[in-house]
Design a protein around this ligand. Structure first.
Ligand code: AMP
Ligand code: MN
Ligand code: MN
Ligand code: MN
Length: 275
């Protein structure tokens, strides 16, 4: 069985629609797919309808933005009920913050000589929520950088002209939304935050203390050392191990749906106890 438990659609910053994503997952041999859009569950219904038709299992998910001190951390909710009120209220607040932040980013980019950035980002968001990725695509279109990675470096990260700090929800709050929605909370791509070992251990301890159960161990493109280290944290803290490609669409050729590192031995897969 092939599990890919971290993917994005056009409901957030992916470029395939939920049904295109599901069809693509089938073509890649994925048996169990979680759609985990940033701060929204809006793609889940379409994905579910297509998954039913195509005969694969869809896990209702979301990747929720958290402010933990000065760091933005992403928490996956897997197996959530999208009808849950506290969850939807929370996601609505986050999306309102996103809207405000997008206008701020556009204003700052305008000052830095990028015209009409709000409309540019909106065009790429196609009616979904607005992410920095949508600004990045517009900036590449304007010739401001060669590729998305360069845009982030030049414009969208701390200290750069289009940066606006995130004010997301707290770790405890987000885990509580996920738990109240009947889901399991997982720390997404823990190695990507580039935290010191001490800080990452503190994050895991605080996360566990408020009810978090999983660590995303298997990714598409992390180093063998990172995989080994994250597996060690999962074992040491008795966290369930998740895996996901963080697929955003075909534009990024080095990440593919269902292309995943095998979980190292001794890791307890999060799906082992799913019925
Ligand atoms: P946001 O949640 O709107 O702040 O946007 C975060 C998203 O931007 C992430 O989920 C990634 O998809 C994308 N992203 C962040 N940093 C980079 C980067 N250095 N290169 C490419 N994409 C990035
Ligand atoms: Mn993203
Ligand atoms: Mn993420
Ligand atoms: Mn993601």
């Amino acid at each position: 069985m092939l599990y890919d438990l971290h993917t994005h659609s056009t409901a957030s910053d992916g470029t395939l629609s939920p049904s295109e994503l599901v069809r693509y997952a089938v073509s890649k041999g994925v048996d169990v797919l979680a759609l985990t859009d940033h701060d929204t569950t809006n793609g889940l219904k379409e994905a579910r309808d297509m998954a039913k038709q195509a005969g694969i299992t869809l896990i209702n998910g979301a990747e929720i933005s958290v402010s933990w001190g000065n760091t933005t951390v992403h928490i996956l909710g897997l197996g959530i009920d999208p009808a849950s009120n506290p969850l939807q209220k929370g996601l609505t607040d986050l999306c309102e913050f996103r809207q405000w932040r997008a206008e701020e980013i556009a204003r700052k980019l305008e000052k830095a000589g990028v015209p009409d950035a709000m409309n540019g980002a909106r065009k790429y968001a196609r009616g979904g929520l607005i992410s920095r990725t949508h600004f990045a695509r517009y900036l590449v279109e304007c010739g401001k950088a060669r590729d998305i990675a360069e845009v982030f470096k030049k414009y969208l990260v701390s200290g750069r002209p289009g940066h606006v700090a995130g004010q997301w929800a707290s770790l405890e709050t987000v885990v509580s939304w996920i738990m109240e929605a009947g889901g399991e909370a997982v720390i997404a791509h823990p190695a990507r935050y580039k935290m010191s070992a001490t800080k990452l251990r503190r994050l895991i301890e605080e996360f566990k203390a408020v009810g978090g159960v999983g660590l995303e161990v298997g990714l598409c493109n992390q180093s063998a050392n990172q995989l080994r280290d994250m597996a060690q944290y999962a074992r040491r803290y008795s966290m369930l191990a998740s895996q996901g490609s963080d697929y955003h669409g075909p534009e990024n050729p080095w990440i593919d749906l269902g292309k995943l590192q095998a979980l190292p031995s001794g890791c307890e897969p999060i799906w082992a106890h799913w019925s």
